[in-house]
Structures are given as structure tokens and as C-alpha cells.
Design a protein around this ligand. Structure first.
Ligand SMILES: NC(=O)c1ccc[n+]([C@@H]2O[C@H](COP(=O)([O-])OP(=O)(O)OC[C@H]3O[C@@H](n4cnc5c(N)ncnc54)[C@H](O)[C@@H]3O)[C@@H](O)[C@H]2O)c1
Length: 286
């Protein structure tokens, strides 16, 4: 719509965006003055990324790896590239299955979180000869590349749960290999000479969608509630909005959390009048 079908722009009130990568691109368009209608960043809603990205991607990525390989995670050396919302879900689940988990990051804050969450944190070049299995979930390109492949041990397994198929430099892997064959569905073996083999899952595409079934409905319900309610919000208010990337309104986010708890049969406490007054005051307790 913003490039090849610009004639459609006139009829569009607004849009919504589900994914981290999509929101990153839309913010670039906003900065460049290229965004032609308001877009609600559904991904950035608490009831989306804290659950779908973390628990949905966490579980379904492990599911994809296991369905593709049937390896034993317990005792394995598992490297997660990135410690964003998807990656931390993967790291937590791998740790829960008994793997020793190392995290690589470029953001000091997230690296520190990973360290204090109890993960090994190291550079990927240190992790390359250490890991049995590598999972990328950064939204970035060529995160695992030529030098890393060269340093990996025989039998290393690589997969991606982040963006498209660009996080693992497959072109470099192909160039370095002397032979390749599909050894089972979703598992391709690359021979790197000297008897070393590296296994790439699902051609570097999203492992949780290729080898498993994606996120369970029990977490996508919140993501799609955000989509539906954001569309309703745009239909009611869209014509008065600027052409920028907007958050999902906080009331919608809270209401989705409330409804999800209700659907799970979980009740929570409410503030007493006194507690509300206490929290709103500055005279008491200071
Ligand atoms: N597989 C799925 O079903 C699924 C679901 C949701 C999101 N995603 C995708 O997963 C990716 C990550 O999403 P997110 O919500 O976790 O994003 P996020 O922004 O929370 O985290 C990405 C992290 O990767 C780090 N990073 C960037 N480049 C790196 C590098 N070279 N090495 C190590 N770390 C690096 C960043 O510092 C950041 O902490 C996005 O592309 C998103 O679209 C996939």
C-alpha cells in the first residue's frame, strides 16, 4: 500500500501491526515521514509481547526443535542469541528442560538481565565452540555467520525463531560446505570438511512454525483480542489521529488482561478505598 498500491491509501483509516519486526519497520517509516496512516503497535501491548512473544515463542520453539530432531535437551549446551521477549521465553524453557543455557546479546541492559536471571552470558564467538544447539531470535540479520560456523563443533544444530530466514547466514554456510543432504524432515546436514557436520533446521525459517504448530490458541487469544479491539478503536477514532505509530490504549490492554484472568478462573484482589487514597496521596508515609 505504501509502495505499489498507493491508490488505496485514500480509503484507509489506520492499521495495526502484530510483530516486533513490523513495528520496527513502521517506526522507521514514521521517522522518514513516509507513514501515510496511523498504525497501532499491537506487538507492544503488554498483553501481547509479555505472553505471545515470551511464552508462545518459548514453548513452540522448543516444540519445533524437539519435533524436528528428537534430541535430549537435558544436559545439552543450548545457546540463545538475543534476550528479547521471544529469546528469554526460549531460554527459560530450555533451562527448565535441563539444558545449560548461554545467552548472547548486544544490549548491555538485556545482557545484565540474562546474567542475573542465571544464564551464562558470553560473546557468540565464545559460545560457538561451546554450544550443541543454537537458536536465534533477534530480528537481526547474519547473527550467526561464517566465523561462527568455522568455530562450531561437529554435530552443532542451528535454528531460528526470530525474523524470516536472515538471522543465520545460510549463504555463507552453503559456500563453506562440501556437501549437503536432508537427513530427516526439517533437518539438513552440511559437511564442512574434515568430517565436521552442521545441522540446519527448517532452512533457517521460523522453527516453531515450520516444525511445530506455532503458538497455542491459549496465548494467541490475547494477541488477537488486541488486534480486534485496536481495529474497533481505529474505526471509532482513526480519522482524528496523526500518521504515527501509536500504542494500544492502556484501558484495552488492562481489559484484555482482566478477561483472560476471568477465562482462566483466576480472581484477584481489589484495592480498598483507603488503599486507593493511600497510593494517590503524597502526605502519608513520606
Ligand atoms: N517465531 C515466532 O513465532 C515469533 C513470535 C514473535 C516475534 N517473533 C520475531 O522474533 C524476533 C525477536 O522478537 P522480540 O519480541 O523478542 O524482540 P526484542 O526487540 O524484544 O528482542 C530482540 C533482542 O535481540 C537483540 N539483538 C539484536 N541483534 C543482536 C545480535 N546480533 N546478537 C545478539 N542479540 C541481538 C536485541 O538487543 C534485543 O534484546 C523479531 O524478529 C520478531 O518479529 C517471532
Amino acid at each position: 500500500v505504501h509502495s505499489r498500491k498507493r491508490d488505496l491509501l485514500d480509503g484507509i483509516i489506520g492499521g495495526t501491526e502484530e510483530t516486533t519486526t513490523g513495528v520496527v519497520r513502521l517506526r522507521s517509516m514514521e521517522r522518514a515521514g513516509e507513514l501515510r496512516y496511523p498504525v497501532i503497535a499491537v506487538n507492544d501491548s503488554n498483553t501481547k509481547y509479555l505472553f505471545d512473544n515470551r511464552y508462545g515463542t518459548g514453548q513452540s520453539t522448543i516444540d519445533g526443535i524437539l519435533r524436528a530432531t528428537n534430541i535430549l535437551l537435558a544436559g545439552s549446551k543450548f545457546v540463545v542469541c538475543g534476550y528479547g521477549w521471544c529469546a528469554r521465553g526460549i531460554a527459560i524453557r530450555a533451562k527448565g528442560m535441563g539444558a545449560a543455557v548461554a545467552v548472547t546479546e548486544v544490549d548491555p541492559l538485556r545482557a545484565l538481565e540474562a546474567a542475573m536471571d542465571g544464564f551464562l552470558v558470553m560473546q557468540l564467538r565464545e559460545a560457538a565452540p561451546w554450544g550443541d544447539l543454537f537458536v536465534t531470535s533477534t530480528g537481526n540479520t547474519r547473527v550467526i555467520s561464517r566465523d561462527h560456523f568455522a568455530a562450531m563443533k561437529d554435530g552443532a544444530i542451528l535454528c531460528n525463531a526470530g525474523h524470516f530466514d536472515v538471522e543465520i547466514d545460510i549463504a555463507a554456510l552453503e559456500e563453506m560446505s562440501t556437501g549437503r543432504r536432508l537427513i530427516r524432515d526439517e533437518v539438513e546436514e552440511f559437511e564442512l570438511g574434515g568430517g565436521k557436520r552442521i545441522y540446519l533446521l527448517s532452512r533457517g525459517r521460523l522453527i516453531n512454525l515450520s516444525a511445530a504448530e506455532g503458538h497455542p490458541a491459549m496465548v494467541m487469544d490475547m494477541s488477537f483480542a488486541n488486534q480486534a479491539l485496536a481495529v474497533e478503536y481505529l474505526a471509532r477514532n482513526g480519522t482524528g489521529l496523526n500518521n504515527v505509530v501509536l500504542p494500544v490504549p492502556a484501558e484495552i490492554d488492562r481489559e484484555i488482561a482482566r478477561l483472560k484472568l476471568q477465562s482462566m478462573g483466576i480472581r484477584i484482589d481489589t484495592l480498598t478505598d483507603e488503599q486507593e487514597r493511600y497510593l494517590a496521596s503524597w502526605e502519608w508515609g513520606t
